[in-house]
Design a protein around this ligand. Structure first.
Ligand SMILES: Cc1ncc(COP(=O)(O)O)c(C=O)c1O
Length: 395
């Protein structure tokens, strides 16, 4: 049967995640993998989870396995509201922040509408934006605040001249995936002021916010304009991604549309998982566990930075993230990280080429390295091997 005539026009805009394609090809445990964004399994508190699951069954009995409210179970909404200091009517539980991104796009975007984002940006968000046929404009970071603002103004002026509409700005202000970099308070204020001036919304995606290893806490973009910013959070990096739970914090009118949209997606987020997360949060176990995760990841980040310093050839630069799970490498101009990938994988080391994170396919000479997944010993071996391969290629 020929199915090609059967699919919707949207399907033509779907694209496969190159990161997930890598996972299909190789056994991540058999190579040195800097590729995925997997948390370390060491951060999953198995015994505490076992105890909490059993408490949830004792406390909620059959309710823990029944359908529930589309907005999320009241206990978890309340716990999230208290943790982030927002009214409970502003909290929608999502089946993870990937769903948060997808529902925001679905309720806001018509085909051809413009989404502004950083260049590079999160691949899963780019996939979602493309699937709704959004027009994505990536804008590179500039250390100079005024030049940064002008880059945005120039793109917005282009969009208006084309008769198109900027619907929202998608940003990962804290320890970005892929670059690991964060926005300063001045940059956040500048972007919020731009959104106010040109009347678009902001989707602030911040799954790494609580994984800070140094430096001062910076206010969320949401706190700068709670009626214009949709804040997305996730339990994936602070608890465990297998629960597939996150949250959206936004104005109730926006949440109402997301609520109706989610009715057709999943009826409700997983109930048992929500009760477990609620118990974990309100009992203080989540914070206790988070302390250990931060300590572990800080050690791995420091190790990776010092190994790069020691082994990388001249001409390679990298970011110094204050938190999160990634850093970003930039090689000399003529380096092609996609072409180099097979050689690297054959030798036993995986990364993600930076080009995939650039909506405009720039960044050919960049790559993302994850430091949460591997053990310190394997990080050390992996960096030595990658550095040697790069030396052979570049020098
Ligand atoms: C920036 C960003 N947003 C969202 C997600 C999706 O996370 P989850 O759906 O597990 O909450 C990720 C995952 O790596 C991410 O890096």
């Amino acid at each position: 049967m020929d199915y090609s005539e059967m699919f919707s026009e949207d399907v033509g805009s779907f694209f496969r995640s190159p990161v997930r394609e890598i996972f299909k090809k190789v056994d991540l445990n058999a190579i040195y993998s800097f590729a995925g964004g997997y948390p370390s399994a060491e951060t999953f508190p198995l015994e505490e989870i076992r105890k909490t699951m059993s408490e949830v069954i004792d406390k909620y009995a059959g309710r823990a396995f029944q359908y529930g409210a589309t907005q999320g179970v009241p206990e978890l909404r309340q716990a999230v509201a208290e943790r982030y200091g927002v009214p409970v009517e502003r909290v929608q539980i999502t089946s993870s922040s990937q769903q948060g991104i997808d529902v925001c796009t679905r309720v806001l975007i018509n085909p051809g509408d413009v989404i502004l984002t950083s260049n590079p940006s999160y691949l899963g968000a780019i996939q979602s934006f493309k699937s709704y046929r959004a027009d994505i404009r990536g804008i590179a970071h500039d250390e100079d605040l005024e030049a940064f603002r002008q880059s945005y103004e120039a793109v917005i002026a282009d969009v208006k001249a084309e008769g198109k509409i900027v619907k929202f700005l998608y940003m990962i202000p804290d320890f970005q995936n892929p670059s690991g970099e964060s926005l300063t308070i001045e940059e956040r204020q500048m972007l919020v002021a731009l959104a106010q001036k040109h009347n678009f919304l902001i989707v602030e995606d911040s799954p790494y916010r609580e994984l800070r290893y140094e430096g001062d806490h910076v206010p969320t973009m949401y706190s700068l304009d709670p009626d214009r910013v949709i804040h997305l959070g996730s339990f994936s990096k602070i608890f465990a991604p297998g629960f597939r739970l996150g949250w959206a914090i936004a104005h109730p009118e926006i949440l109402d549309k997301i609520y109706v949209c989610k009715q057709s997606l999943d009826l409700c987020p997983p109930i048992f998982d929500q009760y477990v997360a609620a118990e974990f949060l309100s009992s203080g176990r989540l914070d206790e566990n988070l302390k250990h995760s931060i300590e572990l990841y800080k050690g791995k980040r420091d190790l990776l930075l010092s190994l790069l310093e020691e082994h990388m050839p001249e001409g390679v630069r990298w970011t110094h993230p204050e938190g999160g799970l990634f850093l970003f490498l930039t090689m000399p101009e003529d380096f092609d990280a996609v072409r180099f990938y097979d050689k690297s994988l054959d030798a036993g080391v995986a990364y993600v080429a930076g080009e995939f994170f650039h909506p405009d396919r720039a960044g050919k000479n960049t790559m993302r390295l994850n430091f949460s997944f591997m053990s310190p010993e394997r990080i050390a071996e992996g960096v030595k091997l990658l550095s040697k391969l790069l030396k052979d290629e570049i020098l």
